[in-house]
Design a protein around this ligand. Structure first.
Ligand SMILES: Nc1ncnc2c1ncn2[C@@H]1O[C@H](COP(=O)(O)OP(=O)(O)OP(=O)(O)O)[C@@H](O)[C@H]1O
Ligand SMILES: [Mg+2]
Length: 288
């Protein structure tokens, strides 16, 4: 009987010792795991800081570079304008046409630099917008005047559909125009012998600006991608259409910053409709 009890006690003691050893081992393992996890977290935090720093440095670099590039470019444009006037007064046709080319290329470069500056500001979260009341009719008139010469280049016609009810939009006038003109210039660029229509309609508390074209259209799988920076359907070196692929990325983000958006519907070979939605100033609500 005593021997049995002693055996059981020994067995119990052994089981307890083994349990204690296991607990101790598991505690060690857990401590090692926690230390490893802390090390990884620390590593990740440091990596995030480095990434944020380099992103800020990249944006600052782009902003400074854009400024440094613009200053001499403005001088080139200014001087070529002066020389062009001189050549005109001397009736020196060949010099006039060369100087006109210099000026046009300079202006083109200036637009590209401005686009790069815009996208870097947007990506750094530093783009600011000034929302104010803007007359819709004034923007429509300007849009028509801007689109007509663009459309003529590819023998397109511009139609405007807008019933003026004195609507007032809440937006940043300069940035809204930039976005709308981007869409109109795309429509004119990717359409030949067709029609580019600007239709403005009220829908609830929003105003919808549809820029419709009868041009080449966009494949469904390409449509979402085009709102990313530097993204074009044809980006080959031999491509037919000029541009950097920044227009839509900038325009969509500007519209989102102004409380709206840009969406797209398109059928390859038949045409595209890009729609800007912008909020109306209070009180203009009507049924859609
Ligand atoms: N109306 C349209 N019809 C057909 N394709 C279009 C149309 N608008 C845009 N796209 C396609 O989307 C791409 C991106 O347009 P986005 O305006 O961003 O750049 P881009 O016009 O090529 O250059 P950028 O505007 O910077 O001068 C275009 O290259 C084109 O492939
Ligand atoms: Mg464009």
């Amino acid at each position: 009987m005593l021997a049995q009890i002693q055996d059981r006690d020994r067995a119990l003691q052994e089981a307890q010792d083994e349990l204690e050893a296991r607990v101790e081992q598991r505690t060690h393992e857990l401590q090692a795991e926690i230390t490893e996890r802390r090390r990884v977290e620390e590593h990740l935090r440091a990596a995030k800081q480095v990434a944020e720093q380099s992103s800020r440095a990249k944006s600052a670099f782009l902003a400074n570079m854009s400024h440094e590039l613009r200053t001499p470019l403005n001088a080139i444009i200014g001087y070529s304008e002066m020389l062009e006037e001189d050549a005109e007064s001397r009736a020196d046709e060949s010099a006039v046409s060369d100087l006109r080319r210099i000026r046009a290329s300079g202006k083109h470069l200036l637009v590209l630099i401005q686009d790069i500056l815009d996208i870097s500001k947007i990506e750094a979260g530093k783009m600011t917008v000034h929302i104010e009341n803007v007359s819709v009719q004034a923007v429509v008139a300007e849009a028509r005047a801007t689109a007509e010469p663009l459309a003529r280049k590819n023998r397109n016609r511009v139609d405007v559909i807008h019933e003026d009810r004195g609507e007032v939009m809440l937006t940043d006038a300069v940035k809204f125009r930039q976005s709308l003109f981007n869409l109109l210039s795309n429509a004119c660029k990717f359409t030949e012998d067709g029609v580019v229509t600007l239709e403005v309609e009220t829908q609830g508390r929003d105003l919808l600006w549809h820029v419709r074209d009868t041009g080449i259209g966009i494949e469904p799988e390409q449509q979402h991608r085009l709102f990313q920076s530097f993204s074009q359907v044809d980006s080959s070196a031999t491509r037919k259409y000029s541009g950097t692929g920044l227009g839509l990325a900038i325009s969509q983000r500007l519209c989102q910053l102004m409380g709206g958006d840009i969406t797209l519907r398109s059928e390859p070979g038949r045409g595209s409709v890009f729609t800007i939605r912008m909020p109306l100033a209070g009180g203009e609500e009507t049924a859609s």
